[in-house]
Design a protein around this ligand. Sequence first.
Ligand code: ADP
Length: 267
Amino acid sequence: MQYYLGIDAGSSYIKLVLIDGDENIVGRHIVPRGADINASCREGYSGLLEKCRLDESAVCGIVATGYGRKQVSFCEKAITEITALAIGGFSIDSNAEIIIDIGGQDSKIIVMDSAGKVMDFAMNQKCSAGTGKFLEVTSASLGVTVDQMDVLSQKADAILSLSATCTVFAETEIISHIAKGEKKENIIKALIVAVASQIQGLFAQVSPGKDGKILYTGGVSQNQTLKKELSVRLNRDIVVPEHPQHIGAYGAALYWKRNKENQTTPF
Ligand code: ADP
């Protein structure tokens, strides 16, 4: 059996997905991104092969995507995250017409047609507002982890407003809220609402008129409070697929497999 590997070299994590010739996922793996992206991808690749009890010779194609894709020296091709997410998302759910992806350093909204072809997309500006980095930095200044933010935000009992969308200014506001004796839970809820507001703004840039299914991917999609807040703000159901952080890597693996077999993809 021959296998195809997709590597999503993200700003925070390296995600890897291995598929077989029938497009079944045979393994997935994740490692943190180190200073040397290529070395982190290699480490992730070795870990995945070990997990799957396979040798490198069984892998007949490697495609990289993500922020660090051009640093991956051992891939055959690098494709954008927009392409990879659209292929991966559409393959998981062919009713999906919009993908919201919130990762470590950027957020994206991708609009597809009913055949999965990318029609439009929007990405956050260079600043980290509305991304995982915003939650990482602000949670650290509150002395909690990003994972803990979800449960803590559910204990909020007051609506606070945060005027700053910028991460640095938000930190200043957090300090001032703490100094006033505000509950940590309320500050965390306000931070999550601030991310939702950023995503709502991004969504408005591309989605008008589209009422198809929304898939929500990326590491930040694990925060349930944010998912609910987005759903209310967009007035739409939002579906988080299984393993939402691996959809880009899955799409990259599919891209190569389909191209190798000369299948037509809309991309
Ligand atoms: P990238 O591709 O940029 O590395 P990912 O899609 O892998 O991004 O997501 C990484 C981001 O997800 C990080 O900013 C991380 O803090 C965030 N994250 C991870 N786990 C959670 C969680 N449980 N709740 C919210 N955010 C999370």
